[in-house]
Design a protein around this ligand. Structure first.
Ligand code: DC
Length: 223
């Protein structure tokens, strides 16, 4: 690996603003961008496509490890394909969000995702900004800069409500943000900053302020 490669890992619960933030930081610093949640979501679409039940662990593992996942690493382009099919819009549908925990709570599926994510993060000689719940602790603990974005539950619900305006009910929204956090936190502790991970509470910050703060930290931590 060239020495000047810069790797930034950003964790945080849903609605903490990690996707928008990570994309904006990648654009500002000229790095690639990896949305690891999109990979979990793509696999959920793949197992649903294959007619697999979320309760059938062995079949979910098989659908995960055999899935051909391609996704854009360009912060200005957004597309995801699974098994040759474009699922960019479908991965954001409530049906996908409701089934994704079936993938993210199976250790064998996580191991497969982690292996692929490391390879994708290493594929750009300039470096990468990657976001996802275990990115600072499991996927890339050696990243130059590791950030845990947090925000109060109220701020997170408000932001997700803005993203999903008119597309889902209040109950579905609470389910997506709060229940999924609970399910996912059975395997990954993404609410407490691990050693060496910087905590950034964004409840009262604008996106521009968050991006500035991370860019400053990145300049300080450049290898
Ligand atoms: O960040 P997101 O909402 O797009 O993530 C979708 C799901 O995948 C969510 O249930 C958490 C899970 N996930 C995970 O467990 N680990 C990651 N690195 C990324 C996402």
């Amino acid at each position: 690996m060239p020495d000047d490669r810069l790797v930034i890992a950003i964790d945080g619960p849903s609605g903490s603003g990690k996707s928008t933030t990570a994309r904006a930081v990648a654009r500002r610093l000229g790095l690639s961008y990896l949305d690891t949640g999109a990979m979990y979501r793509a696999v959920a679409v793949a197992f649903l496509d294959a007619g697999v039940s979320p309760d059938d662990t062995a079949a979910v593992i098989e659908a995960t490890t055999s899935a051909d996942i391609e996704l854009s690493l360009d912060p200005d382009e957004r597309w995801v394909r699974v098994n040759g099919r474009d699922v960019t819009a479908e991965i954001r549908e409530p049906r996908t969000a409701q089934n994704v925990s079936a993938v993210s709570t199976i250790p064998e599926c996580r191991a497969d995702m982690v292996r692929r994510q490391r390879a994708l993060m290493d594929s750009d000689p300039r470096g990468c900004v990657a976001e996802g719940r275990d990115i600072t602790t499991v996927v890339y603990p050696d990243a130059d800069l590791r950030i845990l974005l947090t925000a109060s539950p109220e701020a997170r619900l408000r932001r997700r409500a803005g993203d999903m305006a008119g597309k889902i009910t209040e109950d579905q929204l609470r389910d997506q943000v709060l229940r999924r956090d609970r399910d996912d936190s059975t395997l990954v502790d993404f609410q407490t900053a691990a050693d060496g991970v910087q905590l950034l509470d964004t409840s009262d910050m604008t996106l521009a302020e968050v991006v500035d703060a991370i860019t400053d930290l990145a300049e300080e931590s450049r290898p």
